[in-house]
Design a protein around this ligand. Structure first.
Ligand SMILES: Cc1nc(NNC(=O)[C@H](CC2CCCC2)CN(O)CO)c(F)c(N2CCN3CCOC[C@@H]3C2)n1
Ligand code: NI
Length: 186
């Protein structure tokens, strides 16, 4: 089971590496990693379990964050209301942004990261809409389009596969300066 002890923190070199492509058929090890990443997100979003295991809540996780330099991301984005099905519950292998909007967006509250034990204030400007090609656990390639909050989360995770941290995108001189065409997502 993954706990916060398994999540490497900024300064660890793996976070700045470009992760390796996953080959198919998946090894038992890769299958296990994918399942444990999803389990972590689910546990982290369960108040009781998260408190018991002292987990920080997460809606996404990338394999490099558990010191596995492979192109695997897990996403567990809740639906709008408590009892809704998740907006996105998926493990993507070898995800790749194949196209994106010209329009940009950012989260109003900025971003954080389970691998960063500090607040880094500022708008993280990303594409507002993306098309992602990825493989599922059977190696079948899919294409999916995301927008808004979900698109932001997916981009944060794919950044980790390329050694990019969210604060790399923050304008140090003016962290909250954005041009008026950037969508600010509540
Ligand atoms: C936005 C948000 N970020 C949370 N944490 N950070 C993360 O997920 C990091 C990735 C996100 C940071 C900004 C974009 C991607 C993890 N990262 O570093 C992986 O690379 C949350 F936990 C969270 N939510 C809303 C939904 N809620 C459902 C019930 O449970 C609590 C949960 C809290 N929303
Ligand atoms: Ni992160």
């Amino acid at each position: 089971m993954i706990t916060m002890d398994n999540i490497i923190r900024e300064g660890h070199p793996t976070l700045r590496r470009s992760a390796d492509l996953v080959t198919f058929p998946l090894s038992a090890e890769d299958r296990k990693i994918a399942a444990e990443m999803m389990e972590f997100l689910s546990n982290s979003q369960d108040e009781e379990i998260a408190e018991q295991l002292n987990l920080r809540a997460g809606v996404g996780l990338a394999a490099p964050q558990i010191d596995v330099s492979k192109r695997i991301v897990a996403l567990l984005i809740p639906g709008e209301y408590e009892d809704d099905p998740p907006e996105l519950a998926k493990v993507m292998f070898n995800p790749k942004i194949v196209s994106h909007s010209i329009e940009s967006a950012c989260l109003k509250g900025g971003e954080g990261c389970l691998s960063v034990d500090r607040e880094v204030p500022g708008f993280v400007v990303r594409h507002s809409r993306i098309t992602v090609a990825y493989q599922d656990a059977e190696g079948v390639t899919h294409k999916a389009r995301y927008k808004g909050y979900t698109a932001i989360v997916v981009q944060h995770e794919i950044d980790h596969l390329n050694g990019v941290m969210f604060y790399d995108h923050i304008n140090e001189q003016a962290p909250f300066a954005v041009t008026d065409d950037v969508i600010i997502i509540e």
